[in-house]
Design a protein around this ligand. Sequence first.
Ligand code: GMT
Length: 378
Amino acid sequence: MKIGIVCYPTYGGSGVVATELGIELAKRGHEVHFITYAQPMRLDRFQDNIFYHEVEQPHYPLFEFPLYSLALAGKIIDVVKYEQLDVLHVHYAIPHAISGFLAKEILKEERNIALVTTLHGTDITLIGLEPTFLPLVKFSLDQSDAVTAVSKFLADKTVSGFKTLHEPIVIPNFVDTTVYHRMESTKIRSQIAPNDEKILIHVSNFRSVKRVVDTIHIAHEVLKSMPIKLVLVGDGPDRVEAERISRELGIHEHVRFLGKQNALPEILSTADIFLMPSQSESFGLAALEAMACGVPVIGTNLGGIPEVITHSENGYIAELGDIKRMAKYALELLSNKKKWELFSTNCRQSAIDNFDIHRIVPMYEALYSRTLQTIHGT
Ligand code: GMT
């Protein structure tokens, strides 16, 4: 198939999923065309069958605000027409599903393309619910030929929040367990924890929903009982506050801010526990990547997190903001080698059994084929 993929190219989870999906589809023989405003972050290696089309922003004195949605629709029309695409797969509803619909409508006489929309999180749980966007999102979902959500939680939220005509199909996020696995990491580990301290890790874009400051408070609690290091990977709005709190609590020497990093499997392999104290998380891709590297996760009982972590089997789940309980769970695992090893093995196994890329990507392929058959009446 010839597949167009529209996504945010930046650090967010939806861009990561879209890019990894495109790369895997290309490996499986499909022709994949990324249509984005910048090179997707994970599109960092050469791969046959992959093409990249950059959306250019029009500049005109009359346009006080950038017209990205329209520029994107125009670019999609161009690519569908000249590259003869069969499927357009848009990730994150706003504005991608709306631009996709517009392009599909404009093209319908000459090329009937299958429009597939994948919902990722705040497009449904937060920003999409704003009165300005809600009718646009609902309309574009009802007009998509197929809609998927990355968790059951998100599919349910879509139906309850938008009263969509159809329930989204759940296709969970995935990880390449041959890339994400526990690997030799003695060198990085000794740099981060020179006295062989245990390592807690958190990876995110430091937006407020991620509750990065909670990770500092958890580390502060754990440090009362044992020496540890807290490693924070990523960057974003809450970094400054997290740095300030760690200094205020006097634990800054035990907290390492690594900023944005690409060598995630290596860094995750140094860790003993992954912290995900999020306030909202439709899936928790970062937790899954950690689990594939054998790192048990302590997370909140919100959104799709319980669909990824099984409490007391491969990690722990606590109430939002319950710092003391999360610290207690961390201590329980860090001080019981046998238990940690069991959880670590279970994490890896769950990633392989339930979320491996080779299990999930065929679900998208099957969906594309079904959708094409439906729209072409074959
Ligand atoms: O920033 C993004 O690209 C998407 C972001 C969001 O805010 O919607 O992340 C969501 O998509 C990821 C990939 O499907 C999920 O793993 C995250 O849980 C989800 N984030 C939230 O729901 C807050």
